[in-house]
Design a protein around this ligand. Structure first.
Ligand code: ZN
Ligand code: ZN
Length: 174
Protein backbone atom coordinates (compact mmCIF):
# COMPACT_ATOMS: atom_id res chain seq x y z
CA UNK A 1 0.00 0.00 0.00
CA UNK A 2 1.07 3.54 -0.55
CA UNK A 3 0.32 4.82 2.93
CA UNK A 4 2.96 5.57 5.51
CA UNK A 5 1.54 4.34 8.76
CA UNK A 6 4.11 5.72 11.10
CA UNK A 7 3.31 9.31 10.21
CA UNK A 8 0.84 11.54 12.01
CA UNK A 9 -2.66 10.53 11.08
CA UNK A 10 -4.46 12.42 8.38
CA UNK A 11 -7.41 14.29 9.78
CA UNK A 12 -10.25 15.14 7.49
CA UNK A 13 -14.00 15.00 7.07
CA UNK A 14 -14.76 14.30 10.70
CA UNK A 15 -18.19 15.82 10.17
CA UNK A 16 -19.14 13.38 7.47
CA UNK A 17 -21.25 11.24 9.79
CA UNK A 18 -23.58 14.18 10.27
CA UNK A 19 -24.15 14.86 6.64
CA UNK A 20 -27.58 14.37 5.20
CA UNK A 21 -26.48 11.94 2.53
CA UNK A 22 -23.82 9.28 2.59
CA UNK A 23 -20.64 10.47 0.92
CA UNK A 24 -20.78 7.86 -1.79
CA UNK A 25 -24.30 8.48 -2.98
CA UNK A 26 -23.83 10.71 -5.96
CA UNK A 27 -26.62 13.22 -6.51
CA UNK A 28 -24.74 15.23 -9.08
CA UNK A 29 -23.55 14.47 -12.54
CA UNK A 30 -21.52 11.29 -12.04
CA UNK A 31 -19.40 11.81 -15.16
CA UNK A 32 -17.68 14.64 -13.27
CA UNK A 33 -16.66 12.25 -10.50
CA UNK A 34 -15.10 9.90 -13.02
CA UNK A 35 -13.34 12.72 -14.85
CA UNK A 36 -11.98 14.10 -11.58
CA UNK A 37 -10.74 10.69 -10.49
CA UNK A 38 -9.01 10.07 -13.81
CA UNK A 39 -7.47 13.54 -13.88
CA UNK A 40 -6.17 13.15 -10.32
CA UNK A 41 -4.72 9.73 -11.12
CA UNK A 42 -3.06 11.07 -14.25
CA UNK A 43 -1.54 13.97 -12.35
CA UNK A 44 -0.28 11.77 -9.51
CA UNK A 45 1.17 9.21 -11.92
CA UNK A 46 3.13 11.90 -13.71
CA UNK A 47 4.37 13.34 -10.37
CA UNK A 48 5.37 9.87 -9.21
CA UNK A 49 6.91 8.92 -12.55
CA UNK A 50 4.46 6.06 -12.97
CA UNK A 51 2.89 5.05 -16.24
CA UNK A 52 -0.84 5.57 -16.45
CA UNK A 53 -1.35 3.07 -19.26
CA UNK A 54 -4.62 2.89 -21.20
CA UNK A 55 -5.50 -0.33 -19.34
CA UNK A 56 -4.81 1.15 -15.89
CA UNK A 57 -6.93 4.11 -16.90
CA UNK A 58 -9.77 1.95 -18.19
CA UNK A 59 -9.76 -0.24 -15.06
CA UNK A 60 -9.89 2.84 -12.84
CA UNK A 61 -12.77 4.14 -14.93
CA UNK A 62 -14.62 0.84 -14.46
CA UNK A 63 -14.07 0.91 -10.69
CA UNK A 64 -15.53 4.42 -10.74
CA UNK A 65 -18.55 3.57 -12.86
CA UNK A 66 -20.73 3.92 -9.79
CA UNK A 67 -20.05 4.88 -6.21
CA UNK A 68 -20.51 1.25 -5.29
CA UNK A 69 -17.65 -1.16 -4.84
CA UNK A 70 -17.03 -3.18 -8.00
CA UNK A 71 -15.66 -6.74 -8.04
CA UNK A 72 -12.72 -7.84 -10.15
CA UNK A 73 -14.96 -10.31 -11.93
CA UNK A 74 -17.32 -7.54 -13.00
CA UNK A 75 -14.41 -5.49 -14.30
CA UNK A 76 -13.10 -8.50 -16.23
CA UNK A 77 -16.54 -9.21 -17.63
CA UNK A 78 -16.87 -5.66 -18.95
CA UNK A 79 -13.36 -5.60 -20.38
CA UNK A 80 -13.97 -8.92 -22.10
CA UNK A 81 -16.94 -7.39 -23.87
CA UNK A 82 -14.65 -4.69 -25.25
CA UNK A 83 -12.30 -5.10 -28.12
CA UNK A 84 -8.78 -6.32 -27.41
CA UNK A 85 -9.77 -7.77 -24.07
CA UNK A 86 -6.72 -8.16 -21.84
CA UNK A 87 -5.76 -11.38 -20.04
CA UNK A 88 -7.05 -11.63 -16.45
CA UNK A 89 -3.57 -11.44 -14.85
CA UNK A 90 -3.00 -8.14 -16.65
CA UNK A 91 -6.22 -6.79 -15.20
CA UNK A 92 -5.29 -8.00 -11.69
CA UNK A 93 -1.92 -6.30 -12.05
CA UNK A 94 -3.66 -3.08 -13.08
CA UNK A 95 -5.86 -3.33 -9.96
CA UNK A 96 -2.75 -3.92 -7.81
CA UNK A 97 -1.16 -0.84 -9.32
CA UNK A 98 -4.24 1.27 -8.58
CA UNK A 99 -4.29 -0.08 -4.99
CA UNK A 100 -0.58 0.64 -4.50
CA UNK A 101 -1.05 4.19 -5.74
CA UNK A 102 -4.00 4.71 -3.39
CA UNK A 103 -6.43 5.42 -6.24
CA UNK A 104 -8.76 2.65 -5.09
CA UNK A 105 -9.40 0.69 -1.90
CA UNK A 106 -10.03 -3.01 -1.55
CA UNK A 107 -13.09 -3.94 0.47
CA UNK A 108 -12.56 -7.45 1.75
CA UNK A 109 -16.10 -7.91 3.06
CA UNK A 110 -17.45 -7.46 -0.47
CA UNK A 111 -14.40 -8.76 -2.32
CA UNK A 112 -14.58 -5.56 -4.34
CA UNK A 113 -12.86 -2.26 -5.06
CA UNK A 114 -13.92 1.29 -4.40
CA UNK A 115 -12.57 4.44 -6.01
CA UNK A 116 -11.00 6.82 -3.50
CA UNK A 117 -11.85 10.52 -3.59
CA UNK A 118 -8.78 11.44 -1.54
CA UNK A 119 -6.10 9.76 -3.57
CA UNK A 120 -3.84 12.79 -3.13
CA UNK A 121 -3.60 12.36 0.64
CA UNK A 122 -2.12 9.44 2.50
CA UNK A 123 -4.88 8.18 4.70
CA UNK A 124 -6.28 5.34 6.70
CA UNK A 125 -9.73 4.87 8.08
CA UNK A 126 -12.92 2.92 8.22
CA UNK A 127 -15.29 1.48 5.65
CA UNK A 128 -18.94 1.32 6.55
CA UNK A 129 -20.44 -1.35 4.34
CA UNK A 130 -24.16 -1.85 3.83
CA UNK A 131 -24.93 -5.52 3.35
CA UNK A 132 -28.23 -4.69 1.65
CA UNK A 133 -27.30 -2.15 -1.04
CA UNK A 134 -23.57 -3.05 -0.98
CA UNK A 135 -22.60 0.57 -0.76
CA UNK A 136 -19.46 1.44 1.14
CA UNK A 137 -18.74 4.76 2.80
CA UNK A 138 -15.18 5.76 3.50
CA UNK A 139 -14.47 7.58 6.73
CA UNK A 140 -11.39 8.58 8.62
CA UNK A 141 -12.30 9.18 12.23
CA UNK A 142 -9.17 10.50 13.95
CA UNK A 143 -10.14 9.01 17.32
CA UNK A 144 -10.59 5.52 15.89
CA UNK A 145 -7.36 5.79 13.93
CA UNK A 146 -5.51 6.85 17.06
CA UNK A 147 -7.07 4.12 19.23
CA UNK A 148 -5.97 1.42 16.82
CA UNK A 149 -2.50 2.91 16.69
CA UNK A 150 -2.28 3.06 20.49
CA UNK A 151 -3.59 -0.49 20.89
CA UNK A 152 -1.08 -1.78 18.36
CA UNK A 153 1.76 0.00 20.14
CA UNK A 154 0.76 -1.59 23.46
CA UNK A 155 0.94 -4.99 21.77
CA UNK A 156 4.25 -4.19 20.16
CA UNK A 157 2.44 -4.79 16.90
CA UNK A 158 3.68 -3.12 13.74
CA UNK A 159 0.72 -1.91 11.71
CA UNK A 160 1.09 -2.18 7.95
CA UNK A 161 -2.48 -1.72 6.85
CA UNK A 162 -5.06 0.03 8.91
CA UNK A 163 -8.50 -0.15 7.41
CA UNK A 164 -11.43 -1.23 9.52
CA UNK A 165 -14.44 -2.68 7.78
CA UNK A 166 -17.76 -2.27 9.55
CA UNK A 167 -20.65 -4.24 8.08
CA UNK A 168 -24.25 -3.29 8.69
CA UNK A 169 -27.30 -1.61 7.20
CA UNK A 170 -27.16 1.97 5.93
CA UNK A 171 -29.62 4.76 6.65
CA UNK A 172 -31.33 4.39 3.26
CA UNK A 173 -31.82 0.63 3.62
CA UNK A 174 -33.15 0.55 7.18
ZN1 ZN B 1 -9.52 6.68 0.43
ZN1 ZN C 1 -27.81 0.36 2.06
Amino acid sequence: MFFLYGLPLVVYNTAIMNEETPKNVCHHHHATCIEDALATAEKLCSERKQRFTPLRRRVLELVWQSHRPVGAYEILRQLTAEEGCPAPPTVYRALDFLLDQGFIHRINALNAFLGCTKAEEEHIGQMFICKKCKNATELSEPEINQSVKDAAEKQGFEVQEQWLEVVGVCKDCK
